[in-house]
Write a protein that binds this ligand. Structure first.
Ligand code: NAD
Ligand code: UDP
Length: 318
């Protein structure tokens, strides 16, 4: 049994990871300030004696024993990370420093949840890890993109200077149950809009692409990365190479929900990447043949069922 700290453990991805690691018999400590996460995501775990929930803001240091650390704390939806950009940078940068400090004191392994956003609006397609990216350092998305890029630098600096056992994954657009109703990212927006019969909001002309990964595939990749040999640090892309335009996604969601919603076009936000798709060769080679197993339609069905239930629970009606 390991003692595993998960920062951002009450969030969408973090709560799935808490469940998975508890199921494997580990002791899990979840650190979260509930900015975008919520107790509801992890409430069912509170009776488990192996689960510890700590309300903590990662911009302040935190000390506890740990064998492994997953650093996930950071708002991930553009709506929330742009709400207080300075706080977003502090969370990425100070949060990484504090978690790396914890890893150093404990001799723990530490994994950073980085992002495909480090590639910015990519000029290389699909994106391999060797691509350094095309990021606007002063735009609306910079607080997130540069914060995450700096965190990657910090991880490698702690490795070079202190020999820490670090791992970095670059996560591509991930969706699934436990996303917040008001998360603001495209999959949850479209599903909630479709279920409520509201207009489906497409930003721009809808020709931009993303590659959508179901959360279970990501969790499997994360756990495999943490368990990989010491000399494999990454960064490694974890995503589903299936690539879709936002118009295609809207069509799929409307079809699967049987919704009568129509499409409403809205302005494209500044610096919105035109295309995104992971090259997952490295993950396949180093993570025991890891590859996504849930295709978009199947994952959307599960996510739609989750939001239907959530809307019922919250008493929200069309
Ligand atoms: P999320 O917003 O649901 O989860 C983030 C969690 O971090 C929330 O529980 C939030 O309350 C917590 N948090 C934020 N600021 C904090 C702070 N200062 N102190 C303590 N806790 C704080 O988002 P998610 O999709 O679960 O993302 C988790 C991680 O994965 C993030 O680091 C994100 O950048 C990364 N990621 C996610 C995706 C994706 O598509 N979901 C893609 C790339 C990277
Ligand atoms: N998007 C959209 N309608 C929405 C929300 C998002 O068309 O209601 C678009 C957004 O402009 C982007 C894509 O969907 O091109 C993915 O957006 P999201 O916020 O999910 O993630 P990110 O842009 O960070 O990949």
């Amino acid at each position: 049994m390991k003692r595993i700290v998960i920062s951002g453990g009450a969030g969408f991805i973090g709560s799935h990871l808490c469940e998975r690691l508890l199921r494997e018999g580990h002791n899990v400590v979840c650190l979260d300030n509930y900015f975008t996460g919520c107790r509801e995501n992890i409430e069912h775990l509170l009776d488990d004696p192996n689960f510890e929930l700590v309300e903590h803001d990662l911009i302040d240091p935190y000390h506890t024993e740990a064998d492994e650390i997953y650093n996930l704390a950071c708002p991930a939806s553009p709506v929330y990370y742009q709400h207080d950009p300075i706080k977003t940078i502090k969370t990425s940068v100070l949060g990484a420093i504090h978690m790396l400090g914890m890893a150093k004191r404990n001799g723990a392994r530490i994994l950073q949840a980085s992002t495909s956003e480090v590639y910015g609006d990519p000029q290389v397609h699909p994106q391999p890890e060797s691509y350094w990216g095309n990021v606007n350092p002063i735009g609306l998305r910079a607080c997130y993109d540069e914060g995450k890029r700096c965190a990657e630098s910090l991880f490698f600096s702690y490795r070079m200077q202190h020999g820490l056992n670090v791992k970095i994954i670059r996560i591509f657009n991930t969706y699934g149950p436990k996303m917040n109703l008001e998360d603001g990212r495209v999959v949850s927006n479209f599903i909630v809009q479709a279920l409520l019969g509201r207009p489906i909001t497409i930003y721009g002309d809808g020709s931009q692409t993303r590659s959508f990964q179901y959360v279970d595939d990501l969790i499997e990749g994360m756990v495999r990365m943490m368990a990989s040999p010491d000399d494999f640090l990454g960064p490694v892309n974890i995503g589903n190479p299936g690539e879709f335009t936002m118009l295609e996604l809207a069509g799929l969601v409307i079809g699967l929900t049987g919704s009568g919603s129509h499409i409403e076009f809205k302005p494209l936000p500044e610096d919105d990447p035109h295309q995104r798709r992971p090259d997952i060769t490295l993950a396949r080679e180093h993570l025991g043949g890891w590859q996504p197993t849930v295709q978009l339609e199947e994952g959307l069905r599960k996510t739609i069922a989750y939001f239907e239930e959530l809307l019922r629970k919250h008493g929200v009606r069309a």
